[in-house]
Design a protein around this ligand. Structure first.
Ligand code: COA
Length: 210
């Protein structure tokens, strides 16, 4: 199996290093424009993003929590010819064979996805997320730890859900919207809008996702 190069040497990037190793993969190192190349403890910074082609026999994974930044980087890499993105699913994740998972997606320890679920490309499901029946999680969604998604929930492209939030069954979060940590979402969200509280209400607008 190809070794892994992780894009983004932030806190989540280091968690993805652990995730990859737990998946039995070898991590070659990190690419990050804002880190100095060399050894940092147990980690190796290989260089900036544009050096990816120096590692031809690897798969990349973009380990950056912000959906807008993650999409920008993926689009740049794809435009430069990258096709090999790793899908990393921690061995403790419990999911039925009717769950589809796209490329470049990371599913962290303790998460559960039940049945008939579609999870897109470059999605992050962090620790202990529960995903209910018939949910649709589109590309570039980020779900923080301990989130509960009821059944028939749709998270459109670039949605972000904060730690410990919960979403009622049948709800759709529109493209680029966000639910803050601890929020309880009981109605569909509007695109590119942050919601907080219980029941969640709009707080402010975000830049357009598309
Ligand atoms: C919702 C969120 C994005 C808002 O961040 P922000 O734009 O910087 O907003 P601020 O911190 O300036 O807060 C604005 C107001 O909203 C309130 N607020 C912020 N987050 C809130 C939340 N999750 N629930 C309820 N109220 C919240 C603040 O108390 C503040 O209220 P005030 O104006 O009465 O003082 C952020 O607080 C959040 O929840 N982020 C998710 C964090 C997370 O889950 N990280 C996961 C890492 S793995």
């Amino acid at each position: 199996m190809k070794s892994i190069v992780i894009i983004g040497f932030g806190g989540f990037g280091r968690e993805v290093d652990w995730l990859a190793r737990e998946c039995g993969r070898t991590v070659r190192g990190f690419l990050d424009d804002n880190a100095t190349p060399g050894k940092k403890g147990n980690y190796t910074i290989l260089g900036g993003l544009d050096t990816w082609s120096a590692y031809p026999d690897t798969e990349l994974v973009v380990a950056i929590g912000n959906p807008r930044i993650r999409r920008k980087i993926v689009e740049k890499l794809v435009s430069q010819g990258v096709t090999d993105f790793a899908t990393l699913i921690h061995p403790s994740v419990n999911m039925d064979e009717t769950v589809d998972v796209g490329k470049g997606t990371m599913i962290c320890a303790g998460s559960i996805a039940t049945v008939d679920i579609a999870i897109g490309d470059h999605v992050i499901l962090n620790l202990n997320v529960t995903v209910g029946h018939d949910d649709e999680i589109h590309d570039f969604v980020t779900v923080a730890p301990m989130v509960a998604l009821s059944g028939n929930v749709t998270l459109e492209e670039g949605v972000e859900v904060g730690t410990g939030a919960a979403i009622r069954q049948g709800i759709t979060m529109a493209c680029g919207s966000m639910l803050g940590m601890g929020g309880i979402l009981t109605k569909d969200s509007e695109a590119n809008t942050i919601y907080v509280g219980s029941p969640a209400k709009p707080l402010k607008h975000l830049p357009e996702f598309i």
